[in-house]
Design a protein around this ligand. Structure first.
Ligand code: RP5
Length: 161
């Protein structure tokens, strides 16, 4: 497996599945697991502490509310960690976003947007990171981006004139 997708709860899966779908699109092998910073702290240490030795290259971590998972994951591994703020009910994901984004200097998390777009872009960014040493994958990403461009240019008038 090249990418580990971890999340604080099974309730995060409807969001995090968008990261998985993006990796599926590019044919990238990944694993998914519930790992909670608060409920299973020792599992988090084990998972992230062994991630590089197990062959993972990127970790995508999604959590909501007091979302300490991405930051703590980054504390336990030097692999790149991409953080996805899951949209919470109480504060609409602002709590998740601020919990993830304000890392102290010296321990980095790449923070994505709140919710589904952030999860999808975490998958895309993981693919782009892997593509820096994989020309075939870079070609697939270029093709993906060109298709998006073509779609927009093919329908320039929103009123359909
Ligand atoms: C966080 O608390 C999880 O990442 C989830 O977003 C949120 C709620 O978890 P559950 O109460 O649904 O398990 O740890």
């Amino acid at each position: 497996m090249k990418v580990g997708i971890i999340m604080g709860s099974t309730s995060d899966w409807p969001t995090m599945q968008h990261a998985a779908s993006m990796l599926d699109h590019f044919g990238i092998a990944y694993e998914t697991k519930v790992v909670s910073a608060h409920r299973t702290p020792h599992l988090l240490a084990d998972y992230c502490g062994s991630a590089s030795a197990r062959g993972l290259k990127v970790i995508i971590a999604g959590a909501g509310g007091a979302a300490h998972l991405p930051g703590m994951a980054a504390a336990f591994t030097s692999l790149p960690v991409l953080g996805v703020p899951v949209q919470s009910k109480a504060l609409k994901g602002m709590d998740s976003l601020l919990s993830i984004v304000q890392m102290p200097k010296g321990v980095a998390v790449g923070t994505l947007a709140i919710g589904d777009p952030g999860a999808a872009n975490a998958g895309l960014l993981a693919a782009q990171i892997l593509a820096t040493s994989d020309d075939e994958l870079m070609g697939k990403i270029d093709e993906f981006r060109q298709k998006q461009t073509d779609t927009v240019l093919a329908s320039p008038d929103p009123a359909g004139h």
